[in-house]
Write a protein that binds this ligand. Sequence first.
Ligand code: ZN
Length: 136
Amino acid sequence: MSDNQNTIEMLKKAGLRLTKQRIFIGDLLFGSKHKHVSAESVYNQIEELGKKMALATVYNCLHHFHKAGLLKKVNGLNDVIIFDTNLCYHHHFLNVETGELTDIDESNVSIAELPSLPEGFETESMELTIRVKPQT
Ligand SMILES: [Zn+2]
């Protein structure tokens, strides 16, 4: 079905069962460029391509990709879950007018001072989101 053998290999390697929907969504997501997508944006993209897929199916598929380590989750505007194909450690600009996320390379951020952690805890991860809006 897919002309993207890479997607099939990638899904297999991640231990995911191959379904038509997963291969189709995988083809949309895992190209050469990194993407930030929501279930809705993928759903709309599929519709624009003249295909039909239930929003719940798209949502489940993205969650399975996330669980399998193929996507990262990022909080978007208004708590919308954004799935990120860039798995490297990085930060984001979040445009509060459009909801668009832009990657910030980790090497461009240095944090001079951090509070001490609560007793009994260690850092799991730390990601910076800089919320931006057009200058008025
Ligand atoms: Zn990102």
